[in-house]
Write a protein that binds this ligand. Structure first.
Ligand SMILES: NC(=O)c1ccc[n+]([C@@H]2O[C@H](COP(=O)([O-])OP(=O)(O)OC[C@H]3O[C@@H](n4cnc5c(N)ncnc54)[C@H](O)[C@@H]3O)[C@@H](O)[C@H]2O)c1
Length: 324
């Protein structure tokens, strides 16, 4: 029997989730507290029941799962209410704004054996999957450092800073690639446009293995960049989401200690390779993963805990940013 899902939040992003749910499962409900958003959307999904009241959707005993695509400050509360009502939850990123909130959600989901999956879209991007494959296969040698560039002019958000709005993407990937929790987290930045909302943030992470990572996050920048670079001892790889055809580029470039140079470091440059990366829509893959977890496939507990790790590190970086 098909999984019955309700989607809450029908702004810019929610209808994309509803569209995917509609093709992969049964979209049973659509919900937005703003009636005009419901009216705007209901024609696209005529078979789904529509409401402005989240509790009405939760009261439907036949509903299996809820997707939360509302503004960030509402995520933790709506996810908690959905879990308390016995529904599996896919909640947009970041799933919560504090460690205390996400830890409560993880405990609740665990106690009720429900799925709590954060919408870390990049983790389902075939280009990021390729990066992971390259890191795990050892083809890059030992990974030394990873850095992310997520810059653009805008979108200037009032209720989230660049760290939470942009950094959540790169951080989820960095933690996924390295499978370590950082032992050091430092962030520096400035709130140029709106007091207390940092627009430009630089982050440094160091891991127990000695690997390091960096993130440049900004909506005050002339370049639109969506790039992650992984530097290994044998090869280096770049994932560039602005590219259409060469999302991933592998460089045979590395430092080289030649015996005949008596301990002096040289560099080695070889081929540049562009592996094929599937063009599947990441959001569809994310929804498929959620439905698989709901169906009992995969480690639902790990997915929730991985999501919590991202919030923990974001909170740690925030404390550093604010100088505490
Ligand atoms: N993964 C991604 O790449 C990606 C991309 C865009 C947005 N997002 C996330 O999706 C979420 C929504 O973003 P958006 O750009 O669509 O925002 P938006 O402001 O356009 O839409 C949010 C909608 O939620 C509704 N809403 C608010 N409180 C509600 C409640 N209690 N119950 C029901 N509906 C409620 C609002 O009326 C609004 O229509 C955010 O968390 C954002 O971070 C993720």
């Amino acid at each position: 029997m098909s999984v019955k899902v309700g989607v809450a939040g029908l702004g810019h992003w929610g209808p994309n989730l509803a569209r995917n749910v509609d093709t992969l499962a049964e979209l049973a409900w659509i919900c937005d507290s703003d009636g005009s958003a419901v009216e705007r959307t209901r024609g696209r999904f005529p078979q789904a029941r529509a409401t402005t009241d989240f509790d009405e959707l939760l009261a439907d005993d036949a509903l299996d799962a809820v997707v939360v695509a509302t503004p960030v400050p509402t995520h933790a509360d709506l996810a908690r209410r959905a879990l308390e009502a016995g529904k599996h939850v896919l909640v947009e990123k970041p799933p919560a704004m504090t460690s205390a909130e996400i830890d409560e959600l993880v405990t609740l989901a665990d106690a009720r054996d429900l799925v709590l999956m954060p919408g870390h879209l990049l983790l389902y991007h075939p280009g990021v999957r390729k990066l992971k494959e390259l890191v795990d296969s050892g083809e890059l040698g030992d990974v030394l450092c990873v850095y992310g560039n997520r810059q653009n002019l805008g979108v200037i958000r009032p209720d989230e800073n660049a760290l939470w709005s942009l950094g959540v993407h790169d951080l989820s990937v960095i933690l996924y690639l390295l499978e370590e929790e950082p032992s050091e987290a430092i962030a520096l930045g400035r709130d140029f446009l709106q007091p207390g909302v940092e627009d430009v943030v630089f982050c440094y992470l160091r891991f127990p293995s000695g690997k390091i990572a960096h993130m440049h996050l900004s909506w005050l920048d002339p370049h639109k960049m969506r790039k992650l670079t992984v530097v290994g001892t044998e090869k280096m790889v770049v994932f560039d989401d602005m590219e259409l055809e060469r999302k991933v580029t592998v460089y045979e470039k590395s430092p080289w200690l030649r015996a005949e140079t008596y301990g002096e470091w040289q560099t080695r440059t070889g081929d540049i390779h562009i592996p094929k990366v599937a063009t599947d829509e990441p959001l569809r893959l994310e929804c498929e993963r959620f439905l698989a977890l709901v169906g009992g496939d995969g480690d639902r507990r790990k997915v929730a805990q991985d999501g919590a790790r991202v919030v923990h590190v974001l909170e740690w970086l925030t404390e550093s940013l604010r100088g505490r």
